[in-house]
Ligand binder design. Structure first.
Ligand code: PLP
Length: 465
């Protein structure tokens, strides 16, 4: 049997893929009929596909390739570690140097007294850990009734049964019996879509105060924690009004509940600080990390835990852990990734160079007839597509129809930009340079122009009433 390689014709690879590979978040039959795009290699911010196209990756993979593709140092760190100690567990009173060193580094980078790391293989696993951590914390403190976790509609916290329940994605809850008990969702601070006649500031306050109302409705003695992404990523890069987080922090301080910041996207430089909590001035008790922790070169995540919670958890046996908690190869690669982020001052590059440059160009897209608002913090941005800016109208067509057309026009222009409903989102590698930002934005504009023409031709420019 011949080996399957990059040199096979695209159609053959697609046929094999369709025959045996089940894709995440995909209608399999539909994909099998048209064939998946095959990516063969990548360098910096550039992907190459099996047809030889050079595609600008405006999504950093799935929000994760912070240092960009093709850094040989990470390959070498993995090879070195595999030769020395490819695997050992951290159960049963054992440890190893990669996990020790990575936990030490994360504790140094994390704000406040977030000094303790429980490792997982992914963001989903880390959020499952968080569910058990916060409930166990309160049980050990003699308050087992504090088991309810509050989250937000349209939040994304992962795809396992636990983390998918924490998330607020209705299509996910519709499959497989989610959410698990004692998880409740308040509304998100999406002013563009839901703010009506309110000012963004008033709306931000009102949405934050839903947290207080939920705490009072359930009773403070029932609430374990509130979990939120500092800036919602997969929900459409929803940048909250400036009033939102200060009010959330006030409420978390006023009641005896834990705050979990899901930093899986915002962490490791994405917002121009090491963590989104620093950019937005939040003081969480626990942070979820993954994605940018290893720049996606290895699957690894974790929960970064404050002194108080860690000391209570340490007072008993925590019956929880993963075979790959603190995996030595993943830890060694993550450590090398953090070294590069620090020594090359990539977070500083985001803050002082890339983000200000992109913000100006991104905001300028609002002169396009299809673009309502453009939001951006650091290197995560979104634009809302609309048939009528003045009224912030939605399209009459089913939600996502227009977004999907635009995404396909982006691909046709060799740009990866994702759609969430009828919002387009970007999250490029943090190492992106100004000349590459120029290419990103000009391709986005070309895709928007082609989308506009397609909508006119198909009579899709009609607003919903
Ligand atoms: C991607 C993501 C997760 C889940 O991480 P996985 O590694 O895919 O399990 C959790 N939270 C946020 C905010 C994410 O963006």
């Amino acid at each position: 049997m011949p080996a399957i390689t990059n040199h096979m014709p695209t159609a053959e690879l697609q046929a094999l893929d369709a025959a045996h590979h089940m894709h995440p978040f995909t209608a399999g039959g539909e994909l099998a009929a048209k064939g998946a795009r095959v990516i063969t290699r990548a360098k910096g911010v550039w992907l190459t596909d099996s047809e030889g196209n050079q595609i600008l990756d405006g999504m950093a993979g799935l929000w994760c390739v912070n240092i960009g593709y093709g850094r040989p140092e990470l390959a070498e760190a993995a090879a070195r570690q595999m030769r020395e100690l490819p695997y050992y567990n951290t159960f049963f009173q054992t440890t190893h140097v990669p996990a020790i060193a990575l936990a030490d580094r994360i504790a140094a980078l994390a704000p406040g007294d977030l000094n303790h790391v429980f490792f997982a293989g992914s963001g989903s696993e880390a959020n499952d850990t968080n569910i058990r951590l916060v409930r166990t914390y309160w049980a050990l403190k003699g308050k087992p009734s504090k088991s309810v976790i509050l989250s937000r509609k349209n939040a994304y916290h992962g795809s396992s049964v636990g983390s998918g329940s924490l998330g607020g994605m209705a299509p996910m809850h519709a499959q497989g019996g989610l959410p698990i008990p004692d998880i409740h969702h308040i509304n998100q601070p999406n002013w563009w879509a839901e703010g009506g006649d309110m000012t963004p500031e008033d709306f931000g306050l009102a949405r934050a105060q839903e947290l207080e109302q939920a705490i009072l409705a359930h009773g403070e003695d029932r609430i374990a924690a509130f979990i939120a992404e500092p800036i919602q990523g997969a929900g459409g890069v929803i940048v909250p009004p400036s009033t939102y987080w200060p009010e959330i922090q006030r409420i978390c301080d006023a009641y005896d509940i834990l705050l979990i910041a899901d930093e899986v996207i915002c962490g490791f430089g994405r917002t121009g600080s090491w963590f989104g909590s620093q950019t937005l001035n939040i003081r969480p008790h626990i942070m979820t990390i993954a994605k940018g922790l290893s720049s996606g070169y290895q699957p690894i995540g974790g929960s970064v835990v404050c002194d108080e919670v860690a000391s209570v958890i340490a007072s008993a046996e925590f019956n929880h852990g993963y075979t790959y908690s603190g995996h030595p190869v993943a830890s060694a690669v993550a450590l090398e990734n953090l070294r590069i982020l620090e020594e090359e001052d990539i977070v500083g590059h985001v803050r002082t160079t890339a983000a200000p440059y992109l913000e100006k160009k991104w905001q300028a897209l609002t002169d396009h007839p299809l673009v309502g608002e453009a939001s951006i913090v650091g290197l995560m941005g979104s634009i809302a597509l609309t048939p009528d800016k003045a009224t912030r109208a939605k399209f009459a067509a089913e939600v996502g129809t227009v977004g999907l057309i635009c995404r396909e026009r982006c691909f046709a222009n060799s740009l990866v930009m994702r759609h969430v409903g009828d919002r387009m989102v970007i999250s490029p590698p943090l190492v992106i340079q100004p000349d590459e930002i120029d290419i990103l934005v000009s391709r986005a504009r070309a895709a928007l122009d082609e989308t506009y023409t397609a909508l006119k031709d198909q009579n899709l420019l009609t607003p919903a009433h």
